[in-house]
Write a protein of this length. Structure first.
Length: 261
């Protein structure tokens, strides 16, 4: 399990904890920025209140990592279920996806009323339903989520995430009005990138800060996924040529592979 280093307002004070988040990059650690801490705090509040939370930002900004981290810190309580959303999901497909996430024994061909009754029964106990990429949902499907949020007999917290999700939710005013908190994950500043990347992966410790700034300016632009992609390219280059130990040159080559330089 990767270690986590958290950074607060007062400076960089290492703190190790079990995040339950897989970075998918060998030797990489999850670096918990202030934005991740704020997401975790906001999610705890929303779950305690049984409300609706919206998480939005550009692709690669770290929404998924922030969500995984925040969920891993929730105290024991409501059952947490992640609901996969097919592209262009209809209400029927969404209903079935929720039932599957709740491990209910229903089939796609099951009558709507039967599935709705099974969902209503299951959701009488507190649940946290997590939806990523909700911008894929049609207005009728979003209205169905609004029905779940409005059901007084179902103490259900909804976590609605995705790039452009804020705009998508605005199409359903009743659902948008139920959002207790909106969380936006900002891109890394150049100073944050220079400070945090060496703790994200040891290879960045061999790269001078000015080269990290160059990679950010020409390629990453504060996008953590881009930095992770650069890291993966550098790891591949080192595995291919074990003698290639110049960190700055490897980063330059990785950025060229991404098309940024």
């Amino acid at each position: 399990m990767p270690a986590v280093r958290a950074y607060g307002r007062g400076g960089m004070v290492p703190r190790l904890c079990d995040s339950g988040v897989d970075t998918l990059i060998p030797e990489a650690d999850v670096v918990v920025t202030e934005a991740l801490e704020q997401t975790a705090s906001a999610l705890r509040h929303v779950v305690a209140a049984g409300g609706v939370m919206n998480i939005d930002r550009a692709p690669g900004s770290g929404k998924t990592i922030a969500l995984q981290y925040a969920l891993s810190l929730l105290p024991r309580g409501p059952a947490v279920c992640r609901v996969p959303i097919p592209v262009g999901a209809s209400v029927a497909q969404l209903r079935h996806a929720i039932a599957e996430a709740l491990a209910l024994k229903v089939r796609p061909a099951t009558r709507r009323n039967t599935t709705d009754q099974a969902l209503a029964t299951a959701l009488r106990s507190p649940h946290v339903l997590v939806y990523d990429d909700i911008q894929r949902l049609s207005p009728p499907a979003l209205e169905y989520l609004c029905r779940l949020a409005a059901d007084p007999g179902a103490p259900t917290t909804l976590i609605l995430a995705g790039t452009g999700s804020t705009r998508a939710l605005q199409r359903i005013p009743e659902l948008a009005s139920r959002i207790l908190t909106r969380q936006h994950i900002p891109p890394l500043t150049r100073t944050q990138a220079q400070a945090l990347l060496p703790d994200f992966h040891p290879l960045w410790g061999k790269v001078p800060p000015q080269h990290i700034a160059r990679a950010d300016e020409r390629c990453a632009r504060g996008n953590f996924r881009a930095f992770a992609q650069i890291t993966a390219h550098v790891i591949d280059a080192v595995l291919t040529d074990p003698l290639a130990h110049s960190g700055s040159a490897l980063v330059e080559a990785a950025c060229r592979r991404l098309g940024g330089i």
